[in-house]
Design a protein around this ligand. Structure first.
Ligand code: SF4
Length: 399
């Protein structure tokens, strides 16, 4: 991925829902200008949604999620509802496509109920309006279109855009911790686990955020940190390090310089830092035989290397002195039932969108299972958590 590409996790996720004969696929294709739907008309062929990243004017970078027909007989009952809920966990705007001639049936009402329960803004799209003599009136959250004749598709896109979370409302990753013209030093170790020829996503995102805010951004490997600090005319306004070398970096960076990690910044950005700080306290209470879930957001190859599978278990053993049992999950998998775990250690989740991360956090909280993240857990185990969140006084003072 290049620096200019918007990662999937930072795109607005637009989910299309509806029964098969409402013409949902035609609406998806009209909106995207592409034939992207693979949901077959043959009954019961799939229960899996299709995701596609694209630039959608006037919205910008989005992920379109085309879901199977909600009345698909191959995904009846519980499974159908469970799959829909999974999609809703990462949906920012829901688009419900209904046949204008048929009105709202039980299927549409059930979907609306699910959108409401999940707190997701939704839009009702009356499709096939060309087949009616009188089209239903448009409202704030409803619009009549004809996918076949491409009628009011632009208006539909504008309405979706108006429901999407606005960029201005989103927090910065790091730029709010410094001022334009300040210097920030980023420590990015390049070990065997680092992806060849590029930086991992959290590092790319923080660099982008800082340079966009006119911050002089110096990126070094840990072995060049001391030299970089010496070359600066004055101490940097911020140092951000990879969690794995937190201990080493903390020794080299003067106490008065704010120091944090990429994972801590990611957790804050996703609104999860306070819970992660609370969750880290549970590490001390772990007992022999307790189960720990280590969850990573990468779908295919772990971009964070062996930190979750090798390093964290070793550090946790050293920190707790206990024999713990581990289970691992990655990508979109995250167990529904977390009851057997005593702790969840989650990666920074840069590949997962905010809604997904919050829903994982909520699931853990509802089941009473403490959940923390790699950066917070490592800082805690190395005794430097307080320092690494000192720039967020409302959290630091609770430690
Ligand atoms: S393991 Fe997690 S933090 Fe690391 S790159 Fe993947 S999603 Fe991002």
């Amino acid at each position: 991925m290049g620096l200019n590409d918007t990662p999937m996790a930072y795109r607005v996720h637009i989910g299309f829902f509806g029964r098969r004969n409402a013409g949902k696929s035609s609406v998806v294709n009209a909106v995207t200008g592409q034939q992207m739907s693979v949901v077959s008309d043959v009954k019961g062929t799939t229960t899996d949604p299709v995701y596609k990243s694209m630039e959608l004017l006037p919205l910008g970078p989005v992920v379109i999620i085309d879901t199977p027909g909600f009345d698909d007989e191959g995904s009846l009952g519980e499974l159908r509802i469970q799959k829909t809920r999974e999609v809703l966990q990462r949906t920012d705007v829901a688009v419900l496509v209904a046949d204008a001639r048929a009105g709202l049936g039980a299927c549409e009402k059930e979907l609306v109920e699910m959108f409401r329960e999940s707190g997701i803004p939704y839009l009702l799209v009356w499709n096939k309006s060309d087949l009616l003599e009188e089209t239903p009136e448009d409202g704030e959250n409803c619009i009549s279109v004809s996918a076949l004749y491409h009628t009011k598709i632009h208006e539909l896109k504008e309405k979706i855009g108006s429901l999407a979370p606005q960029k201005e409302e989103r927090m910065r990753l790091a730029a709010d911790l410094v001022r334009p013209g300040d210097t920030a030093v980023l420590v990015t170790p390049i070990d065997s686990a680092a992806p060849k020829g590029r930086l991992i996503l959290p590092q790319q995102l923080v660099i982008r955020d800082l340079i966009d805010a006119d911050v002089c951004t110096v990126v070094v490997k840990e072995n060049m940190l001391a030299e970089a600090l010496q070359k600066l005319k004055e101490p940097p306004a911020l140092v951000v390090t990879d969690s794995q070398v937190f201990g080493l970096v903390a020794k080299e960076v003067p106490q008065e310089v704010p120091l944090t990690s990429f994972s801590i910044l990611m957790a804050r950005y996703k609104g999860l830092l306070a819970d992660a700080v609370r969750g880290a306290a549970a590490m001390k209470a772990l007992q022999d035989g307790d189960r720990v879930l280590i969850a990573e957001g990468c779908t295919h190859h772990r971009q964070c290397g062996d930190i979750g599978t090798v390093k964290l278990p070793a550090w946790l053993k050293e920190y707790t002195g206990k024999e713990l049992r581990y289970e691992f999950c990655s990508g979109m998998e995250f167990p529904q039932d977390l009851g057997k775990f005593r702790l969840i250690l989650h990666c920074g989740g840069c590949m997962l969108n905010e809604r997904e991360m919050r829903s994982r956090q909520r699931r853990a909280a509802e089941q009473g299972i403490p959940m923390t993240n790699y950066g917070v857990a490592i800082a805690c185990m190395k005794g430097i958590l307080k320092r690494s969140i000192s720039m967020f006084p409302h959290l630091a003072e609770k430690l």
